[in-house]
Write a protein that binds this ligand. Structure first.
Ligand code: TYM
Length: 337
């Protein structure tokens, strides 16, 4: 039986966080047997906001190593670096030309990030890529005829836009793209900041105590969880509106234990916040220790580079076929209809 194809990526703007892990990476790893999986390290997306070249290099190296340290298996999945497959940017350009400025300006992430760049740097220098990047993301997805795109909640709007662009192109030029569906985890599609649980946990979070990075020092991680914001009720129940901090800790626990929120609530019934934090700390530390051990093993070996080369080669095969089809149908390739 043919497996359905999935594709996803993570941007190299900073450290991979527990939010990225629970919302995305954990699912890539878990779904490798069931789906034909294409995952990539989105380094071209990593330059949409200004970044120092040495930091970018370090981010990419860490991120590619982390994919494998988290459990991506090069025998089962196709794992590659985005800029190694040139077709992404060519299709990205074609899609940019078939997307409106209005559509891009409506993207929540653009609104948030452009405001942030302005307020942090006091500058009007908003890179154009910050606006147009959803068209590149659409190309990432449509090049591979992905049927599903496993992502966290914050990326759903971009996938919706991808569907709109794909439908528009199919209608205008003839069938060329598969319409992708999104695939968000039942538990953990939006992990919140530990210090401000009304905000998403983010790699560029202002307060480093608010996010956990997979490569954080283990003692720091324990401290961060201990100092996570809760409330004064000392009742453990899931109620995002009134108890965002406790709900976030319950979510992290459930996701990493692979149990439902209700099961977690049952487990913590009549227990106090101290125990909740201890238990969350145990599951997180357990996970991070395993990942960090594997990371150290892989970081200085040549294995990662050779796996990425092999991944890019396989990805190019699908990508070049699709790009040729698009060029034929849109008239760019003047010799073919
Ligand atoms: P990025 O790098 O911001 O995030 C990578 C993945 O992690 C998820 N995520 C979260 N999930 C739960 N809780 C959080 N706090 C949290 N923070 C992040 C995101 O939803 C995402 O799934 N543009 C994308 C990368 C990308 C991509 C693609 C994804 C580029 N091309 C094609 C899918 C398909 C991005 O910036 O994700």
């Amino acid at each position: 039986m043919n497996k359905k194809r999935m594709l996803s990526g993570i941007t190299t703007t900073g450290k991979m966080t527990l939010g990225n892990y629970i919302g995305a990476m954990k699912n890539f790893v878990a779904l490798q047997d069931e789906f034909e999986m294409y995952v990539f390290v989105a380094n071209l997306h990593g330059i949409t906001t200004p970044i120092d070249k040495d930091i970018l290099r370090k981010n990419i190296k860490e991120m590619v190593t982390l994919y494998f340290a988290c459990g991506m298996d090069p025998k089962k999945s196709t794992i590659f670096l985005q800029s190694d497959v040139l077709e992404h940017t060519q299709l990205g350009w074609i899609l940019t030309c078939n997307t409106t400025i209005g559509e891009l300006q409506r993207m929540t992430q653009f609104k948030d990030k452009s405001t942030k760049v302005k307020s942090e740097n006091g500058t009007e220098f908003i890179p154009t890529g910050l606006l147009t990047y959803p068209a590149l993301m659409a190309a990432d997805i449509l090049l591979y005829d992905a049927e599903f795109v496993p992502v966290g909640k914050d990326q759903k709007q971009h996938i919706e836009l991808t569907r709109n662009i794909a439908e528009r192109m199919n209608n205008k030029f003839g069938e060329m793209f598969t319409i992708p569906g999104d695939y968000t985890p039942k538990v953990g599609s939006k992990i919140m900041d530990l210090q401000d649980p009304t905000k998403k946990m983010s790699k560029s979070g202002a307060n480093p105590k608010g996010f956990i990075a997979l490569l954080d020092d283990i003692n720091e991680v324990k401290k961060k969880i201990k100092s996570a914001v809760t409330d004064s009720e000392n009742i453990i129940k899931y109620d995002v509106e009134n108890k965002p901090g406790v709900s976030n800790l319950l979510t992290i626990y459930s996701a990493l234990k692979n149990i439902s929120i209700e099961e977690a609530e049952k487990f913590f019934k009549n227990k106090d916040y101290g125990i909740l934090k201890d238990e969350v700390s145990n599951v997180v530390v357990n996970l991070l220790e395993k990942i960090q051990l594997k990371f150290k093993e892989l970081f200085n070996s040549d294995l990662v580079d050779s796996w990425l080369e092999q991944g890019a080669e396989k990805a190019r095969k699908l990508a070049s076929k699709k790009l040729t089809k698009v060029k034929n149908l849109t008239g760019l390739n003047y010799k073919r209809k």
